[in-house]
Design a protein around this ligand. Structure first.
Ligand code: PLP
Length: 435
């Protein structure tokens, strides 16, 4: 097979791209972020072509979504076949095969959780929103613990759980009450058991009034950080002790991104509820609340959705899982290769303060010589890499997330890291960073 490489023919944005950007600027909401002027024409596997004919290697997968790569033929075919049959009937009120089948499939991805049931939504934030309703309904308690640095989405329940960037919450209050934020577990700070059992539960709120703990088992937007496994084990113990529901937000880290279906399996800590979305349907809008059968106890009519589990999305999700299932070991292997390569770059470029991650969910943290976040450097890196044909996306204060489509191989890793190295060499000189 011919090896593909990025190719920049016209400095982006070219004339066609610029026309679209101008139109967009005139009519689309100013709340959109638009990281850099990428104007997509088409995609294939880990490659994106822009409207001016430039080809890029995608190391961000549309924020960790294009799990099977862009326009995977099996996923596209499944969507086309489904579209030829019917576009909508509403899974909340009626039945169809792909809806029931994807629920079955999702309920069996983590058998260690025991019998499970599934609610289908349109997005990650809706899965979170539904899970928030579910835990209050199930426990008849109102309070919820969430974590600093967390990102759970953009709807009211989700922004109330967020504590990642203040812009996501500013001027939107009053938010949902009853949410208490504690520090995200790390090797450095006090243990989560101490924070909860020696402080919060004594000074602030009784654990018997806590409905749930919502945690990203690997922090996504907050900086691609892994918690100590012990912290997750402590949370499991505390939840068991007090009848609190443990919810893992696996919207970003789930569906094979870490080389296992869910990050929970890496830590060997089983939550009561998993929220999923993003890579679940390769880019078609689908989210899921996957809950232990005993927890998903709400009754007929208590929750629903017009579009959630749309037949095209269910078909795409079934095909996505079919594509990814045999690839899980490869994702772990390619991820380890990527991690090793990034480790080599770290030795060469002192500005890389940390490289961490599992599978193809890897954070590269950039720090100034005095240990402060090198945010400006990361901003410049995103732009420069884009202009050299590599698509990156930052997270946290100064971390680049490496979250490519899960179908990449060693060739793409080598190409991507080569471009990264060139960019870092240029930027080290520009920012006066030591080697
Ligand atoms: N939860 C996590 C961990 C996420 O990373 C995101 C999106 O980035 C969400 C929830 C929200 O998902 P969506 O944008 O599909 O609503």
């Amino acid at each position: 097979m011919n090896k593909i490489y990025p190719e920049i023919k016209v400095a982006p944005p070219g004339p066609k791209g610029q026309a679209i950007i101008d139109l967009d600027k005139k009519y689309s909401s100013p709340s959109y972020i638009k990281e850099y002027p990428l104007v997509v024409e088409s995609g294939e596997g880990p490659w994106i072509t822009d409207v001016d004919g430039n080809r890029y290697l995608d190391f961000m997968a549309g924020i960790a979504v294009a799990s099977t790569g862009h326009a995977h033929p099996k996923v596209v075919k499944a969507i086309q076949d489904a579209a030829n049959k019917f576009l909508h009937i509403c899974g909340t009120d009626f039945y169809y095969d792909s809806f029931s089948k994807i629920c079955e499939r999702l309920a069996n991805l983590v058998p260690e959780m025991g019998p499970q049931k599934v609610f289908l939504s349109n997005s990650g934030t809706e899965a979170i929103e539904g899970a928030l309703k579910l835990v209050r309904w199930h426990t008849k308690r109102q309070n919820v613990i969430a974590f600093k640095g967390a990102f759970h989405g953009r709807t009211y329940g989700a922004i109330s759980l967020n504590s990642s960037k203040v812009a996501q919450r500013a001027h939107f209050g009053p938010l949902v009450p009853g949410i208490i934020h504690v520090p995200y577990p790390s090797e450095k700070g006090p243990g989560i058991a101490d924070i909860l059992e020696k402080d919060l539960f004594l000074s602030h709120v009784s654990p018997k009034e806590i409905a749930a703990i919502f945690i990203e088992p690997i922090l996504g937007e907050g900086g691609y950080q892994l918690p100590p496994a012990q912290a997750l084990r402590d949370l499991r113990r505390i939840c068991d002790q007090h009848g609190i529901v443990l919810v893992f937000d696996e919207v970003q880290c789930g569906i094979g991104r870490t080389g296992r279906w869910f990050a929970a399996q890496h830590f060997n800590v089983m939550p009561d509820v998993i929220c999923s979305a993003k890579g679940i349907a390769s880019g078609m809008p689908l989210g899921a609340i996957i809950a232990k059968e005993s927890i998903m106890s709400w009754t007929r009519g208590s929750h629903g959705s017009t579009y959630g589990g749309n037949p095209l999305c269910c078909a795409a999700a079934l095909a996505t899982l079919d594509v990814l299932e045999p690839m899980l070991p490869q994702i772990g292997e390619v991820g380890a290769y990527m991690l090793k390569g990034l480790g080599e770059l770290q030795k060469k470029h002192a500005v890389i303060g940390d490289v961490r991650g599992v599978g193809l969910m890897i954070g590269v943290e950039f720090l100034n010589a005095d240990g402060t976040p090198a945010a400006e450097y990361v901003g410049a890196l995103e732009q420069l890499a884009f202009r050299k044909g590599l698509l990156l996306l930052s997270c946290g204060k100064s971390t680049v997330r490496i979250a490519p489509p899960l179908i990449i191989g060693r060739h793409e890793v080598d190409v991507g890291l080569g471009i990264l190295d060139t960019c870092l060499t240029e930027l080290d000189a520009q920012f006066g960073m030591k080697k």
